[in-house]
Design a protein around this ligand. Structure first.
Ligand SMILES: C[S@@+](CC[C@H](N)C(=O)[O-])C[C@H]1O[C@@H](n2cnc3c(N)ncnc32)[C@H](O)[C@@H]1O
Length: 268
């Protein structure tokens, strides 16, 4: 891929996240939060003075880091300005920054955290080497990424109906889960970047959506939101009335989300 196409892809991804920051924080963040919380609990926080949260999104982890390591200076960075703008003003310092090229000095941080970001990155190995650069010797790195992230049946029906109504995604995103979707691949990436993997494990997510929150998610975040917005307002209103009826006719099992994540703790 050329440098221009790379930067177009990053801009597109950042614009998509910026435009959906509220929806992400309200509807998606709570789904993955149990995994990120347990990852933070698995870290040795003793003596940690500076912590970096890479791809902080709406800053969900910042408060949790402050509660497990109160004496720590926290920095949250993300490529999407809209996400950073949505993050709480305290605790921590916030900056718009690309994970592939962190504008931070070498060897400064005791702990770095990257949750649900790696699968977005063009070159995950290079990104991990960049994390290692900003960690001090023996610094700790905590990672969570997707093993398997399926769309529940209600989501498939929603997508098919959007297609049938003539909607299309004006800004599709590339995911690269296949580079890091098993513990073995994550260990290989960490090792190649110069980390020692201390603990790598899989963790399931099971989330039972109710109809109202599922509609909230689909209309405010991700490809479904972008597709919906390509329908003219009158057609959009008609689609929403139609799909709400369709969703109410489905079973609870159609709204069950079952995913697998890969979590890792490594030392630099
Ligand atoms: C799925 S969200 C995860 C947010 C947060 N870490 C969490 O666990 O809720 C992915 C985040 O990664 C950010 N991101 C994607 N590519 C990035 C890059 N190249 N550099 C920095 N941030 C990036 C997105 O803007 C988005 O906020």
């Amino acid at each position: 891929m050329t440098a221009t196409r790379d930067s177009d892809e990053i801009e597109r991804l950042a614009a998509n996240y910026s435009a959906a920051a509220d929806g992400y924080a309200e509807f998606w963040s709570p789904v993955i939060r149990p995994v990120t919380r347990r990852l933070l609990e698995a870290l040795p926080w003793d003596g940690a003075r500076r912590v970096l949260d890479i791809g902080t999104g709406p800053g969900t982890l910042l408060g949790e880091i402050a509660s497990v390591a109160p004496a720590t200076a926290i920095v949250g960075v993300d490529r999407a300005f809209g996400m950073v703008a949505r993050a709480p003003r305290t605790p921590g310092h916030l900056a718009v920054m690309d994970a592939m090229s962190l504008g931070l000095r070498r060897g400064v941080f005791d702990v770095a955290v990257m949750t649900f970001v790696l699968f977005h990155l063009r070159d995950p190995g290079a990104a991990l080497a960049e994390v290692k650069r900003v960690l001090h010797r023996h610094g700790v790195f905590a990672l969570a990424t997707w093993g398997h992230d399926p769309v529940p049946p209600a989501g498939e029906i929603w997508n098919d109906e959007l297609d049938a109504w003539g909607a299309c995604d004006p800004s599709p995103q590339t995911r690269r889960d296949e580079l890091s979707d098993t513990p073995e691949k994550v260990v290989a990436l960490l090792t190649a970047a110069g980390f020692s993997a201390r603990r790598v494990w899989t963790e399931g997510i099971e989330h039972q959506w109710d109809v109202a929150r599922f509609i909230g998610l689909r209309t405010s975040f991700g490809t479904a939101k972008r597709k919906l917005e390509t329908l003219v307002p009158e057609k959009r209103r008609a689609f929403l009335a139609f799909i709400a009826d369709r969703m109410r006719g489905l079973d609870a099992a159609d709204f069950l989300y079952r995913a697998e994540t890969i979590c890792a703790v490594a030392t630099a």
